[in-house]
Design a binder for this molecule. Structure first.
Ligand code: ADP
Ligand code: MG
Length: 219
């Protein structure tokens, strides 16, 4: 049995004539504690693969397993997988703390536990004291840290990060890449990090695979 994530023969198709095959029969295993880099050109199917694993895009075929258990039919919020988007996708009308607390509310944690977890998550991403701030008062880098904190706070068993740094300028990106690696390692996270930057993948990841036309090749 594979421990951690296993993806078997996963395909994603979008409607069209003919249908668009975004992911084409992907097999992939990610061990616990492994930080896998998923590289590939724009349009190669990276986002679609992550979205299918997390459960927000339907599978045309295949299955997703965690520790050998098939979670293909498990609702998104019961999979224990966290997703970070390129542009963070924070809730603009919630404070920083409110954003981070969101997943914890979904888990049914009481207020005291939520506040403690929010504080821990903010400390983890170097934003102590930012809880009451409004999202529109934050820089791009701070927003991505909040997005990361929001995904980490529910302690997901798998983190999926879709080009988490690509909206940032070069200097900040390099700094945050090192921080991101340290955060993922220190939390013992199992993760897939999508990027189209080979250097960035090298800084963050313990193994790299390449995606092309919906299929995987060793990178
Ligand atoms: P990547 O993240 O590697 O850039 P995507 O997974 O976004 O790749 O896209 C893979 C293919 O699927 C592309 O051809 C893209 O145009 C297509 N695609 C992605 N999302 C949709 C969608 N919602 N509807 C139709 N086609 C889509
Ligand atoms: Mg993408």
């Amino acid at each position: 049995m594979v421990t951690g994530l296993e993806v078997r023969d996963l395909s994603v198709r979008y409607p069209g004539t003919p249908p668009i095959v975004a992911v084409d029969g992907v097999d992939l295993a990610v061990d616990k504690g492994e930080i896998l880099g998923l590289l590939g050109p724009s349009g190669s199917g990276k986002s679609s693969l992550l979205a299918a694993i997390v459960g927000i895009v339907p599978l045309a075929s295949g299955s997703v397993l965690w520790d050998g258990e098939d979670v293909t039919q498990t609702p998104v919020h019961e999979r224990g997988f966290g997703l970070v988007f390129q542009d963070g996708q924070l809730f603009p009308h919630r404070t920083v703390a409110g954003n981070i607390a969101f997943g914890l509310e979904m888990q049914g944690l009481d207020r005291g536990d939520r506040e403690e977890r929010v504080g821990d998550a903010l400390a983890l991403v170097g934003l102590e004291g930012y809880g009451p701030r409004r999202i529109d008062e934050l820089s791009g880098g701070e927003r991505q840290r909040v997005a990361l904190a929001r995904s980490l706070a529910p302690r997901p068993r798998l983190m999926l990060l879709d080009e988490p740094l690509s909206s940032l300028d070069r200097d900040l990106r390099d700094r945050l890449a090192i921080e991101l690696r340290d955060i993922l390692v220190s939390t013992g996270s199992t993760a897939i990090v999508v990027t189209h930057d080979h250097d960035e993948a090298g800084m963050i990841c313990s193994r790299i695979v390449q995606m092309s036309h919906g299929r995987l090749a060793l990178g």
